[in-house]
Design a protein around this ligand. Structure first.
Ligand code: NAD
Length: 292
């Protein structure tokens, strides 16, 4: 019997621990997928910050909750409470998905694999390609790590001279030193050097924005000052999905480049977490059609 749309004595909870959380699209996305597949699960968001995290993790563990997503400000704070880390979480130093298997908590980061998977859905294989990426924060770091693991030949990371610059250096170090088998070369440059940015984009297949530039409060802005840096055979991706068409996406379209916004990455990071908890594929096309 299908349990779609109702809670009973066997319903398994999946959680989301973050704050602020009211705006999250994850509960709608996961609950719709549970309903569509007739899975007896429910997804609930909980307003949890670093102060309550330990107690909440213990409580979830005591209740034998199958798993949860973790978002800001808990993506790194959660590490200390987990038994094991997947490589995706180890290399990025952050976790967005926790899975409880027989009482053992394992952390994963599905943001980067969500990005890679979304490109695959668009028919783009990263093997042997060069990417230029802007940023080194919560979204850009997993993109750098997973794109490198997916077989890039080279990645050039541009970072602004702010508190995230050290993380950009760390991402480059991890890719060059800890992923030697992956045959990928990582470079780091200052975002302020727009001429270098032009040069690196010129030899890249993919240009990726991994920053919030283009989204409120930076709506209408782009990391690219001059649209002539882009060209028609370039793939341009953005982590921003609200607005659906950021300034960068408009610039990409204006030169005839392939423009891919952040919606697919967001959907696929959820789909990959869903698969880790349930062992089933999320009906992504259905979710997209119903919710977006
Ligand atoms: P963050 O605060 O962790 O990192 C911000 C990054 O942007 C840093 O690298 C910082 O140096 C850079 N930056 C900030 N202002 C800049 C500016 N004016 N010029 C150049 N660089 C600038 O934030 P985050 O968690 O990485 O989120 C960044 C964006 O990604 C947000 O818009 C967020 O909504 C989006 N996001 C999308 C997804 C998705 O699945 N599509 C997932 C996570 C985050």
């Amino acid at each position: 019997m299908k349990n779609a749309g109702r809670i009973d004595g066997r319903t398994q909870l999946i959680g989301l621990l973050a704050t602020p959380i009211g705006h999250s699209l994850s509960p709608a996305m996961h609950n719709l997928a549970f309903e569509k597949l007739g899975l007896n699960n429910a997804y609930m968001a909980f307003e949890v910050g670093n102060e309550q995290l330990e107690e909440v993790v213990r409580g979830m563990h005591a209740l034998n909750i199958r798993g949860y997503n973790v978002s800001m400000p808990n993506k790194t704070a959660i590490l200390q409470y987990l038994d094991e880390l997947d490589d995706s979480a180890k290399f990025t130093g952050a976790v967005n998905t926790v899975v409880n298997t027989d009482g053992k908590l394992k952390g994963y980061s599905t943001d980067g694999s969500g990005y890679v998977r979304n490109l695959q859905e668009h028919g783009i294989d990263l093997k042997g390609k060069k990417m230029t990426l802007v940023g080194s924060g919560g979204a850009a770091t997993p993109i750098a790590i997973e794109a490198a693991r997916a077989g890039l030949a080279e990645i050039s990371i541009f970072a602004r001279n702010d508190q995230f610059f050290a993380r950009a250096e760390e991402n480059v170090r991890i890719i060059n030193e800890e992923m030697k088998h992956a045959q990928v070369k990582a470079n780091i440059y200052a975002l302020e050097d727009q001429e270098k940015l032009r040069e690196e984009i010129l030899t890249s297949h993919i240009f990726a924005n991994g920053t919030g530039v283009g989204m409120k409060p930076l709506e209408g802005k782009s990391v690219i000052e001059d649209v002539s840096m882009l060209r028609s055979d370039l793939i341009v991706t953005d982590v921003v999905y609200s607005p659906a068409k950021s300034k960068l996406m408009e610039q990409a379209e204006s030169v005839g480049a392939t423009a891919i916004n952040g919606l697919g990455m967001m959907l696929w990071q959820g789909a990959l977490a869903f698969e880790l908890w349930t062992g089933q594929e999320m009906p992504v096309a259905y979710i997209k059609e119903q919710l977006f």
